[in-house]
Design a protein around this ligand. Structure first.
Ligand code: SF4
Length: 299
């Protein structure tokens, strides 16, 4: 399914060339893609059965740069396979190669390829781009939701060592355990957030601080997406502690929004971190925007 407005604040839209997946780590426990597939929205209720939609590559043209709120042309950011994993072992090599060919043919559209399977990503990208460099519109990322999977970041760094610079990012989502051992060296962008949904697990604020402060200190672009559940939001916790009204976390969050204390009502659980909303983009996005508006790169 191609979605131009996904509701995910760190992308402009999604492009699902495959749908379906299998679980690899704790972040997958409450996989939202599985929930959607189980509703039968994609022609199969078996999440483990991968379905292939190569025809959707034609939809890339829908993601042409367009004017943003400031009147300047902005590149679109396309999250590839939000309902699957682009580097899943069941996706044939030639399917991946054709997709990469198409991504290369759209240099003014940013392709965000995020995975929990970085070993295959490194193998394929190194073999294909080892001698010529990764196209600038490819943003390659790993999910490293907590200390238990910190090794994924080493694989991403090794890929940079092999093929040279590219926009490397990490999704520290959903944070459900300590993440103080994550090493952000070599990263250009960090995404963070808590889990949402009916069975969401709690995120301690100290874990979020571990994820956010390291990026802030290292001057790496940070996008804190959401607290996930209202009970993860310290504004809500503090207001509930002070109030004798016995309001629920959801009702308290609404009150925080009405009072102007929570500045990101559009995000699940809010996203005001220490008094501000931090939703930054990596350097390549700004560079590409400048190129588009200078006429150096044709949209
Ligand atoms: S890798 Fe992503 S899509 Fe696959 S099961 Fe895990 S969370 Fe879901």
């Amino acid at each position: 399914m191609t979605v131009l407005n996904s509701g995910i604040s760190w992308c402009t839209g999604t492009l699902n060339l495959t749908v379906g997946c299998t679980k690899v780590s704790a972040a997958c426990d409450h996989c939202y893609a599985e929930t959607l597939v189980n509703r039968g929205l994609h022609g199969s209720r078996d999440f483990a059965e991968l379905r292939f939609f190569p025809q959707r590559l034609a939809d890339l043209r829908k993601f042409a740069p367009a004017k943003g709120a400031d009147g300047l042309v902005e590149p679109k950011m396309v999250f590839v396979n939000s309902l699957s994993d682009f580097w899943h072992e069941a996706i044939p090599d030639d399917f991946i190669e054709k997709a990469l060919d198409a991504f290369e043919a759209h240099p003014s559209t940013i392709m965000q390829i995020l995975t929990k399977r970085p070993v295959r990503m490194r193998k394929v990208i190194a073999a294909r781009y080892g001698n010529r460099g990764v196209p600038a519109n490819f943003w390659l990322g790993v999910s490293a939701e907590d200390n238990r999977v910190k090794g994924r970041l080493n694989i991403l760094r090794r890929l940079k060592d092999q093929v040279g610079d590219f926009t490397a990012f990490c999704s520290v989502e959903p944070i459900v355990a300590p993440c103080d051992e994550l090493d952000y060296a070599g990263l250009d962008w960090v995404l963070t957030g808590g889990e949402s949904g009916p069975r969401c697990r709690p995120m301690e604020f100290s874990w979020l601080e571990q994820a956010n402060e390291k990026a802030i200190e290292a001057d790496i672009a940070l996008h804190f997406k959401q607290f996930g559940a209202p009970r993860n939001n310290p504004l809500v916790v503090e207001m509930m502690r002070r109030s004798a009204r016995g309001l629920s976390p959801t009702a308290t969050l609404k009150m925080a929004v009405d009072l102007g204390a929570e500045l990101a009502p559009h995000e699940k659980g809010g996203a005001t971190y220490k008094g501000r909303v931090i939703q930054e983009k990596p350097p390549h996005w700004h560079k590409l925007k400048a190129e588009l508006n200078s006429g150096r790169l044709v949209a």
